[in-house]
Design a protein around this ligand. Structure first.
Ligand SMILES: Nc1ncnc2c1ncn2[C@@H]1O[C@H](COP(=O)(O)OP(=O)(O)O)[C@@H](O)[C@H]1O
Ligand SMILES: [Mg+2]
Length: 281
């Protein structure tokens, strides 16, 4: 069979671009965004791995109507390998499903951490893009996924609490770990300019109090009640409502992500850096 990846050997690096999708506040649309972004890129022929990093409240599989037999929790308990728990999702993307109530990553023993890291290293090399759909807040797991990723895609809504919570996440990642590079998506906007307005509000505070942080505006997604409808169909929104404004905005975001320059090495410990498991623990 023709393997498209062989036709463009110079475009595929041996390391994927790794993004953490986080928000501070819960319920702002992280899982919806991560899952549909993964789908949009997969449909373009990109090799994408979506890791359900919300270890307390798994939902990527529910969103796509998948029923995984095992999940990342089984890997942490030593009952399966990451490769064994990986399942195929819409558009050919691969998914690492979580389950509700998995142990805290930081509670793992050193050998467990090392094994997980090595497995992830080996597995992720098959992909061009990895997205971690994280939990809300600034728990150790959330910080862990953000530190281990090269890029941080932050999501907020126009609600003031969403803005203060995303600022709190940036602040802790910068002050405690020196993370400086962030991308912002504003979800749930009522009109096209609102995303830019929210971005400017956040940027003002970041520039004032967190001097050398760079915050890049990636785009905005409109409020659309069909987003919840797509969840009931358990299919990607882009597949069911491909011509809606939300789908158009998401396609634009996917293009933005594809055209992002590779993040410069910031000295942090990444996946493939072999040491990350010890950082937050
Ligand atoms: N742009 C949007 N318009 C309308 N509803 C949305 C939008 N984005 C997300 N939702 C809905 O908001 C709820 C929370 O989304 P979800 O992706 O689960 O958030 P999170 O992962 O941040 O907790 C879901 O019911 C989802 O369908
Ligand atoms: Mg979620």
């Amino acid at each position: 069979m023709f393997d498209a990846s062989l036709a463009r050997p110079f475009e595929v690096s041996s390391f994927p671009r790794v993004f953490a999708v986080s928000s501070g506040k819960g319920g702002v649309g992280k899982t919806t965004l991560a899952a549909n972004l993964a789908y949009a890129l997969s449909r373009k022929g990109e090799k994408v791995l979506l890791f359900d990093g919300d270890l307390g409240l798994a939902n990527v599989d529910v969103l796509f109507g998948l029923t995984p037999k095992c999940h990342v929790g089984d890997v942490l308990r030593g009952h399966a390998s990451l490769r064994e728990v990986m399942i195929e999702g819409p558009g050919g993307m691969k998914i690492l499903p979580a389950s509700s109530g998995i142990v805290d990553l930081t509670q793992l023993s050193e050998p467990q951490k090392l094994r997980l890291l090595e497995e992830f290293d080996a597995l992720a090399r098959d992909f061009a893009w990895v997205f971690f759909d994280t939990a809300a807040g600034i728990s150790e797991n959330v910080l862990y996924f953000n530190l281990a990723s090269q890029e941080r895609l932050l999501l907020c809504t126009p609600e003031p609490t969403a803005l203060t919570d995303v600022y709190a996440l940036i602040k802790v990642l910068y002050r405690r770990y020196g993370v400086k590079r962030f991308h912002l998506v504003v979800n749930w906007v009522q009109h096209p300019r609102q995303g830019e307005e929210i971005f400017r509000q956040l940027l003002r505070v970041v520039e004032r109090f967190l001097g050398s942080v760079s915050l890049n505006f990636l785009g905005a997604l409109p409020f659309d009640q069909r987003v919840s409808q797509a969840v009931r169909f358990q299919r990607p929104f882009l597949e069911i409502f491909p011509h809606s404004p939300w789908a158009k905005a998401l396609e634009d975001l996917a293009e933005q992500i594809l055209s992002l320059d590779e993040a410069p090495f910031d000295g942090g410990l990444k996946f493939f850096g072999r040491k990350i498991m010890g950082v937050v623990a």
